[in-house]
Design a protein around this ligand. Structure first.
Ligand SMILES: Nc1ncnc2c1ncn2[C@@H]1O[C@H](COP(=O)(O)OP(=O)(O)OP(=O)(O)O)[C@@H](O)[C@H]1O
Ligand SMILES: [Mg+2]
Length: 219
């Protein structure tokens, strides 16, 4: 179970304090699929970054399966992220000079997995997301939907149990976006927690529940 207790995030810009999150409380049970919605600037990405240990809350507690993540050192938080978190971005964020396999291998390199095992794990996951024919292709030679599949493969390859996706369908047409959501539903059906940010009600309605943010608070 994942718990956020009274999470506040303050960005300091000179003398101005910007309260991006104001006392957020969330409980996420294993196997949940959450859609986060809200206007631009409401704090969605800030929330996702804290959940993904890319950023720290200013105040409050983040507890993951009983571990007090908010109290971790930077090093411990990095290791925790590598083990438990997979990130998917709106613009895919693939390296264009790397093949799909090399892109998917990136988090495995960070985890010091030897080459043979890296290749095997990457290829297996690329086949699973429907990219078996493109393992040695480059991202510029495949469609946006395929690039997002590859980004999802990269998020899954380490066996992460929390998949965070910031507008994963924002750069895709609606049919391709639906295919990406179907893929994420499959991931969720395997018991992984999936949290997506979306502006699309049709997509949010397919999640198990929706969290709505306004001005840094849950409404
Ligand atoms: N690194 C930062 N430094 C200062 N302020 C920031 C920073 N990141 C975000 N903010 C501010 O925090 C607030 C929340 O931003 P956030 O990016 O979480 O919004 P969002 O809901 O993801 O918006 P969008 O839908 O446009 O992506 C905004 O007012 C934003 O300007
Ligand atoms: Mg955002």
């Amino acid at each position: 179970m994942i718990q956020l207790k009274n999470i506040t995030k303050v960005y300091k810009n000179g003398d101005n304090n910007l309260f991006a999150l104001k006392g957020i409380n969330i409980e996420i049970q294993k196997g949940d699929f959450v859609a986060v919605m809200g206007a631009s600037g409401s704090g969605k990405t800030t929330l996702l970054n804290i959940l993904g240990c890319m950023d720290r809350a200013t105040e409050g507690e983040y507890i993951f399966d009983g571990q007090m993540v908010s109290g971790f050192s930077n090093l411990k938080a990095d290791l925790f992220r590598r083990e438990h978190i997979g990130f998917v971005f709106q613009n895919f964020a693939l390296l264009k000079d790397y093949t799909l396999r090399e892109n998917v291998e990136i988090p495995l390199r960070a985890n010091n997995i030897p080459k043979k095992k890296r290749n095997a794990l990457s290829d297996e996951i690329l086949i699973r997301v429907g990219l078996g024919d493109y393992i040695k292709s480059f991202p510029t030679k495949i469609s946006g939907g395929q690039q997002q599949r590859c980004a999802i493969a990269r998020a899954l390859v380490t066996g992460a149990d929390l998949i965070l996706a910031d507008e994963p369908t924002g750069a895709l047409d609606s049919k391709t976006g639906q295919e990406i959501i179907d893929l994420l539903k499959g991931v969720n059906n395997e018991g992984k927690n999936v949290i997506i940010v979306t502006h699309d009600e049709k997509i949010a309605n397919q999640a198990k529940r929706v969290i709505r943010l306004a001005d840094g608070k849950i409404i």
